[in-house]
Design a protein around this ligand. Sequence first.
Ligand SMILES: Cc1cc2nc3c(=O)[nH]c(=O)nc-3n(C[C@H](O)[C@H](O)[C@H](O)COP(=O)(O)O)c2cc1C
Ligand SMILES: [Fe+2]
Ligand SMILES: [Fe+2]
Length: 406
Amino acid sequence: MKITPISEGITQLSVNVENILFEGLWDIPKGVSINSYVVKGDKIALVDGVCGWDGVPESLFALLDQLKIDLKSIQYLVLNHLEPDHAGWIEDLRKVHDDFEVICTDKGADLFEAFFGSGVRVRVVKDGDNLDLGAGKMLEFHTIPHVHWPDAMVTFEKYSRVAFTCDAFGSFGKLERSSFDDDYTDEELKAYEHETIRYYSNIVGAFSPFVLKAIDKLAPLHIDIIAPGHGLVWRSRVNKIIEDYRQYALYQKGQARGEITLLWGSMYGMTEMGVRVAIEELEKSGLTYHVHEVPETSWGDILTSVWTSDALILAMPTYEYKMFPPMAAALDEIGKKKAVGRKIFRFGSYGWSGGAQKELDEIHDKLRLNWSFIDPVEFKGKPALEDLEKVRSGVQNLIGLVKDSR
Ligand SMILES: Cc1cc2nc3c(=O)[nH]c(=O)nc-3n(C[C@H](O)[C@H](O)[C@H](O)COP(=O)(O)O)c2cc1C
Ligand SMILES: [Fe+2]
Ligand SMILES: [Fe+2]
């Protein structure tokens, strides 16, 4: 855990978490930081907490001690979002100090009771409400429902113009050298962006229409610093992270970065023979492409690639009258994130009946994906040379469609 001064009277407490599945589901190869903030006026508010993973409450308390903040002097606990990654250690805080007031939205209050019961004072705030901490610290609250849960809000400190945005504008990736964007070069941030897109597509992406609404709603605030609950604090590139988030939200509809993702699975190598041809064509295309085998690749990696892709190549055999199961699972997850509007080319091998295409159609219809398909290519057993040529022209067609739509 570490302490970083953000602005006069505002301090970040941050912990890096690794070797967990985030939300019990998403792999985070580069870890994630969970950021909490202390705002010190005459009164002290803690904005968001960090989750109660092993050792976290103790280290948080130690940091507060280092800041010479008596736990008992914390009057307000501002909970922008009740998901336990930001609220999980409240139980520990309550053991040492329960004379504080929780500040959250009405939806947050409902969730607070569900997770933590009663016995703590909860003050519900609405859009534009203020909380004066004295000594030039004034918090103002702005709800941003469904970024990521219905309870979400942004807390804005009006004099320093710092916005505490919790999940909004967050990223995966540990905070190592510095918590600030301006301590990294454009090159370094380009590499880091992969972690932002991973976070966005895995955690927030399904709520993209709400992200767009939130961005518009926050526009009049003239934010100088974005201090999120995960990842870098944005100080010199505030507009960049806002505009990046706007773009990520728009990618949901299918017009993304003109990339192509090839997802494939194969039991005995028959479908894989077509995959090799597809990769040859992708390589020639000059487009950015991603190749992921299922089930070897995690959903998190797959979604990160799909999010920035306009088109998908889906290569899988038939299995028990359906699609190769790990592909169906991956597509279901992509569909639940509502990555709609993609251009699709499917091919694969079958033995006697086929069935993969039927399940693809079912998933497509069930999740209302509005994908546009070019004619699939199916072959019985091992692909003949002419089957492989059909795969080649299918991939060429898809590449042509992507290029034409740019
Ligand atoms: C467990 C299992 C179940 C299968 N179920 C079907 C099926 O229901 N219908 C069908 O047409 N082929 C079925 N097949 C045949 C495969 O689709 C066929 O062997 C295909 O060539 C496999 O392609 P791959 O080598 O790319 O995995 C099945 C194969 C296996 C191993
Ligand atoms: Fe969240
Ligand atoms: Fe979070």
